[in-house]
Every structure is written in C-alpha cells, then in structure tokens.
Design a binder for this molecule. Sequence first.
Ligand code: ADP
Ligand code: MG
Length: 715
Amino acid sequence: MPTLQRLAEIPVGDIKRVGEKRAEALAGLDITTVLDLITHYPRRYIDRSRQADVAGMTMGEESLVLARVESVKSRRTRQGRALVELDIDDGTGRLRVTFFNQAWRAKQLPVGTEALFFGKLDSYRGKRQFTNPVVDLVGNRTGRIVPIYPTSEKAGIAGWEFGEWIGEALRRAGELDDPLPDHVRRELDLMDRTAAFHAIHAPGSFDERDRARRRLALDELLRLQLEVVMRRQANERDARGISHRVAPVPAEQDLVAAFVAQLPFSLTAAQTRALAEIGTDLAGPLPMHRLLQGDVGSGKTVVAVASLLVAVQGGHQGAFMAPTEVLAEQHFLGVRELVAALAVPDPATLAGSRPLNVVLLTSRTPAGARSKMHEGLRAGAVDIVVGTHALLTDDVRFASLGVVVIDEQHRFGVEQRATLRAKGRDAASGEGADPDLLVMTATPIPRTAAMVVFGDLDVTELDELPAGRAAIKTLWARTESDDDDAWQRVRDQVAAGHRAYVVCPLVEGTEKSQAKSATQEKERLEQTVLSGLSIGLLHGQLKPAEKEGVMAAFRRGELSVLVATTVVEVGVDVAEATVMVIEDADHFGIAQLHQLRGRVGRSDLASWCYLVSASSTPEAATRLEALVKSTDGFALAEVDLELRGEGTILGARQKGRSDLKLASLRRGDRELVTAARRIAESLLAEQPPLESTAVLADELRLFVGDDEAAYLLKS
Ligand code: ADP
Ligand code: MG
C-alpha cells in the first residue's frame, strides 16, 4: 500500500495523459509530484442538479447553466481594462457573459466550447448578463457535483483535466496506507484515507465532500500536533531544568510574598490562579514553557514580575524581553518601581542586604553602560534585566539565568525565543541549566488557535480584569458631526482635569514619514479643534530621553493631549487618560484597535474611545462594530479569527504551517484541533511505539525541513 511518502517520489509527468508539456504547466502551480497533485484540492464545488435554463433564470439570483459559446469578442475598456464578451446559448435562450481583467478567457472559451457557467444574473443596458462568472469546461464529466480547482484556468489547465489526472493518479495508487488506527477512526467517525481522497475530488454528495474534508483536515492537524508534541518531548529529553524555590520559603527570603504584600492592590483571583500554575511549573524539575494570555489591562506585568522574583529569591537571575524600545523602557520603569521596596540578602553589606538591581538593556544603551551591564550579568550582580533584542547578542551572558519572560511573543520568532533560553547554559561547555520560560501575548487568541500557533506551550489565561474599572464607551464616528462630538469630548475631559490620546492615521512608508504626519496632525489640531490645549507628540523617531520626557509630562498632566503613532499601542499606562480618538480607525486590525483602546479606562473614571472612520466597506464595518459592541479581548479574538482566518495569527511562522490546506482554525474545525492534540499525545505515549506512529513520523518529514525532522525524530 503506497504511503504519502511514496506518492511524493513519483513525478507528476508519470501520470498517463499528463505528459511533459502539461507537467511544465503544473510545475508553474508548484505541482511536481503525485502527492502535490492529489493534495491540490478544489476551491469550490458546483451543484449540477441546480442547473437552470437560460430562459428561466431570475434576475439577481445565482444560477448555473450549461451552454455553448456562440461568439467571442476581446477589447479594452476606456480605462484600459481587458474586457472579454461572450454570447452563450443553451437552446432555451441567449445570454451575454462579460469578463473583466481576464483576457485569457478568449483563448479558453473559443466559439463552440461547451461549459458550465455559474454566476449571479444581472443586467447591463437592459441586457441580461453574467459578470465574471465561475466557468468550468465540462469535458465528459458526468458527476452531479463539479469540483472547481484554484487557478487552473489561468495556467491553461481545465478543471476536467485535473479531474482526470487526479482520478488516474488515485486509481493507480490503489488503496493508500492509512496510519490512523482503526479505533481512532471509529471513535471520531472518520472516513478512511483512500475514500477521503476520492471523495474530496469527486464527491457523490455534499455530505460526502464534507466528511472527506473533515478526514483530510484532521490529517493535516494531526501532523502539526505530532510535530508540536514531539518538539515538547525533545525539549524535555534534552532539558536540564531548575527546581526553583517556591513557597514555603523562609519569610525573610520570600521575595514574592513581600512583593505581593506591598502592592497597592490585591491580586485578582485570576492572577492568584496564574501564579499558582506558574509556581508549580517553576518548582518542578522540567523547564516551564508557558503562555500567559490576558486581555489588555488584566495585569500580566504583575504576574511576570512575580515569576522573575522566584528566580531572584533562589539566587538566580531574570530576563524580561520586549519587542520595542518604548515597551522595554516602560517595563523597566514599571518593574523598577514595583520592586523598589524589596531587598535581597547580601552579607557583604552592613545591613546584610541590598536593593534589587534592575537594569535596562537596549540597542540604545551607551557602550560604557552596556559593558558594565554585561559584566554585572556575568557576575550575578544584576538581578533582573529588561531589554529588547539587545538581550540576544552573544556578549550577553548570565551567572545563572533562572526565568525568562517574553512579552508580545508574536513579534519574536521561535529562534529568538530559543536564543534567549539558551543563555542559561555556557555556549562552549554546555554547563548551566535551562531557564523557565513565560511568554505573553498582547491580546489573547482563541485557545485552539493557541494550541496550533504556540502548540508546545501550556496555556494560562487571565480571564478577569481588576475590579473598579469603569467600562469604556466606544463610538464609531462616521460623520462630521460625530467628529465634532469626539473633539468636544476631548475638550470637556481635559477641562475636567483628565487626559486624551489622539492616534494618528497610519501612513505608508518609513517611520520617518509616519513621524512627519504625526507632527503635522499635532499642528493641525493645535490650530483648529484643540486650540488652546497643551498637546504633546509621541512617535518612534524621538530619542528615548525625549520620549520619556513627553510621557512624564503627560503623566503629570503638564500635557493634556498626546498625539501619537501606534507607539502608544503597548503598555503605556496613565490612569487619568479618559478619551482616545483613533483617526482612520478602519486602517487598523481588531487586535490593534483593542490594544490601543486599552490605554484608556485604566481607572474608575468613565472613558470614551472614538473610532473615526467614514469607510463603508462591509469588512471595516464588521470590525468597527465588533469594537463598539465588545470590550472583551477574548470575544474580539474570536471575531478576528473568523474575519481574517488564521493567516494573520500564523504569520510567516514555520514551514509546517503551509500544510494547512483544508484545516482552518475557524470555529468549524476547533473540535478537530483538540482531537488532533489528543490523538498525537496518545499515539506518542504508546510503548512500544506503534507501527502507524512510525508512518506518521515519516509523513511529518514531508512537511517539515530535514534538520527539523532529524531533531524531532532522534530517539
Ligand atoms: P496588561 O495585562 O495589559 O499588561 P498591566 O500589567 O499593564 O496589564 O496592568 C494594567 C494596570 O492594572 C496597571 O496599572 C497595574 O498596576 C494594574 N493592576 C494590575 N493588577 C491589578 C490588580 N489586581 N488590581 C488593581 N490593579 C491592578
Ligand atoms: Mg502589558
């Protein structure tokens, strides 16, 4: 029985009727092997039982007709767009078909061609027509459901050709090896693999198509989860963790307890729960790999600092990495203030103790200060280092790195995460230990998505905001009078002693052009709607000292309005800020808008967020309305995922992710993600390993790089 591995070794040109010339065209679609061919799935399906007569079609409704091309005309519109016009006839009547920007249609559909046309009937100058319909050359296919393949027509390959080649490939392959154990298949009511491949390409019914899709999607997700679980096992196999000193710790050494006791507030139940979960990980012998998810303002920083302090109270060091200078500075100031009252034992001093040594290390740290910090880190004199990518350079070494916290994990690659963790050991000798790792997201993502994107991490959620926060009222300012209301609100709130943010429109181009536009916007506001107010400016081109100066003045209230670029997106924390105006709000994504909005509503004062946008595209409307309706980051994450799909969450992450052709992280496939994780775990737990696990591991090789596979599979 052929495995997928075997199918990946057969060139597509070997399939009867493909031949050399067509193989070339297929290569243009990245299809070079039989495996590529049979995993080239239809983009959509047309139901031929819903076929209509041209004479009987209804205006504005979608319909499908089988008709013959009677005439073809190609020309250009006055705007220079390619225009192809056909007349088609099915014996009951004639119809005009118009294609814009698809010049190749003239070649594809010469007079005499019979094809299926699927589209919405509209009219132009009183004539009934289809505009840019879906077209499928029928060939001699007879099935009720016609699969439509992506980009096939453009490449000069007809849908029916795909159908034929794939049919031939599957016939020749015969029964495919199915590595999924029978009991798993039964339990999840899944088709076998061979049937699924047949049915996805030539379904007898839509139900069959759905079942085939479900099976093949599970395969994709299972490969991914196998990778994830194996990665975790590989990490654990090679790990030399630190069993940290967590409670009970002698009171005079219990930094965490001292830290919590001196906070001006008590922890939320969610924070307490998170700290308990983290504490268990830290105390254990395996290094922690944990994701802390929490909404904007849920108090992740306090949890992060408490985790770092666990390292420090055991005589180790903590590192806190953030993606930008602004955020690193902000965290540095925050951490320093939070631990200001704490001390660590130091027999060398008169008092027998000294204050915690917290430093900030970024690429802007002057050379002299930097080498002093490097020295302090190596000697163990620095307890906590906060920094940017600058922490990753080779000359940053630690006496004993115990806990690593990475904020806004999504902005770092897996490699960068690994680089920082590796600093627990001596690069040459391998001496030392692997620090515990806590990563944080700026805004939450749905749990199942996290299971895929951050699959090798355990997840802790802070699903509760500190008490006493007044709700933020969010308004979509669509009209000029809405705009006036927004600026009036800013003036009123400033008059009441509060503060406001104005987030500038995003401009294309460099940070410099963004800074310039922010500067102009500030001037415009000073001269018009906000004249007389003291307005500050914050953008990425300012020097750190300037930024700090502006932020400090805003915090003190010397500046009452801050015109800013998205540098305020992260972390900035001023309790008196009660209004935010986001200009051109439709240019931002949901997560970013939510993150921006989180800069207000940070106290018990009533707050407002104005989303200024005259855009009326349905997509923008859905986004802005979601923000208006909800302030719950977990709920918004769901909307975001439904709207944009996984692409944005996955980004350009690992190669394996490109294996997701059918599976989706949207609601429909959530059940499959969890199932895949469960199956992967139970398969890999089998001792001795199952035959099928070896086959699956081989399949994994097809989808992850060779080095990666070697690392994962070494036993
Ligand atoms: P985020 O999760 O968005 O990073 P922060 O850690 O910046 O949130 O916390 C937001 C604000 O809430 C900070 O001013 C912080 O001091 C405050 N805070 C954190 N935990 C609590 C709590 N348990 N009660 C009251 N305020 C809290
Ligand atoms: Mg934060």
